[in-house]
Design a binder for this molecule. Structure first.
Ligand code: 3HC
Length: 287
């Protein structure tokens, strides 16, 4: 199937970046939908900032920047976003009930040939597929933060996803300039988060147990393992709430050994979520 138009649902940290790479590298027409004008405006402003970075480095010209922006159509109207889309990429918050609700709504509004993909990092693709009458056209399309720079997309096959759906989504991801890997079984955390999240949880446990300071933990992993960012910086970067949510899914769905460190729970209760609230393991208001 040929994909011409993509709808991205959610203009947040991931959604704005996915919409941008679809319009910038994939040259797709993209509708970007969120539930309030404030979220749309913030998403479009993040896209403009990112495009300006590419422009200042000479990766794109000013004309190209304007052409990319013209391919992105922000909207509050779900029907307008998906009614002529060939591929819908859902990037709303990690809440299974919320996601099932939007999958069911989209199923009723999108053309019958359209594929509905989720950027979920841990929720069952099979369960999301069951909220629709087209589970064979539902799959996972998991991008990494920041989507504009990270090369990988994990493609996840739900229990009923067809091979044709996987092939179409793989071609779209490649057109967006991404490398793909196939997750053959729908298991929470897929590949990357199954390995990353326990590592981040352990980094938080080292702080909780008073074994080392955040700066030294990050320094150790950056210099000892060559990570581009230390694990606690990465936790702040992704969001402590997001990491806690994924850890909880790994614990309940795979094994109790993935139990979250109490410090993560405490930080979420205190709204110390990292970059997005200004404070987490580090103070981002001064950076
Ligand atoms: N758009 C365009 N350009 C951007 C950008 C954006 N959104 N963000 C940063 N850049 C550019 C900067 O302008 C800079 O350009 P320059 O080198 O020409 O000055 C360059 O990218 C590097 O940025 P910084 O100097 O700010 O910082 P870094 O060198 O540390 O690079 C990084 C930033 C690429 C994010 C790097 O730190 C990194 O790879 N970090 C790890 C990210 C990671 O692990 N992501 C995965 C998270 S897990 C996940 O997403 C899964 C989820 O389910 C939890």
């Amino acid at each position: 199937m040929e994909v011409r138009k993509i709808a991205v649902l959610g203009a947040g940290l991931m959604g704005h970046g996915i919409a941008q790479v679809a319009a910038q590298f994939g040259k797709y027409q993209v509708s970007l939908r969120d539930i309030s004008q404030e979220f749309i405006d913030r998403g479009m402003s993040m896209i403009r900032n990112s495009l300006q970075k590419f422009q200042s480095k000479g990766v794109i010209s000013e004309t190209e920047m304007n052409e990319i922006l013209a391919r992105i159509h922000p909207t509050l109207d779900l029907n307008e976003a998906v009614s002529d889309a060939d591929l819908i990429i859902e990037a709303i918050p990690e809440n299974v009930e919320l996601k099932k609700k939007i999958f069911s709504e989209v199923d009723g509004l999108a053309p019958s040939h359209a594929i509905i993909a989720s950027n979920t990092s841990s929720i069952s693709i099979t369960e999301l597929g069951s909220a629709t009458k087209r589970p064979e056209k539902v799959c996972g399309m998991h991008f990494f933060n920041p989507p504009q720079l990270m090369k990988l997309v994990e493609i996840i096959k739900g229990a009923k996803t067809s091979d044709e759906t996987i092939e179409t989504v793989k071609q779209v991801a490649q057109k967006m300039g991404k490398e793909t890997v196939l997750v053959k079984k729908d298991c929470p955390g897929f590949i990357v988060n199954r390995i990353l999240i326990p590592a981040l949880n352990e980094a938080a446990a080292l702080v909780w147990e008073g074994i080392a300071d955040p700066e030294d933990i990050d320094k150790a992993i950056k210099l000892g393992l060559n990570w581009p960012m230390g694990p606690l910086t990465l936790l702040d970067y992704i969001g402590v709430d997001t990491i806690l949510a994924i850890t909880n899914v790994l614990e309940t769905e795979i094994d109790p050994k993935f139990k979250a460190c109490p410090l993560l729970k405490q930080m979420v209760r205190a709204r110390l979520l990292g970059r997005k609230t200004g404070k987490g393991f580090y103070d981002w208001t001064k950076k």
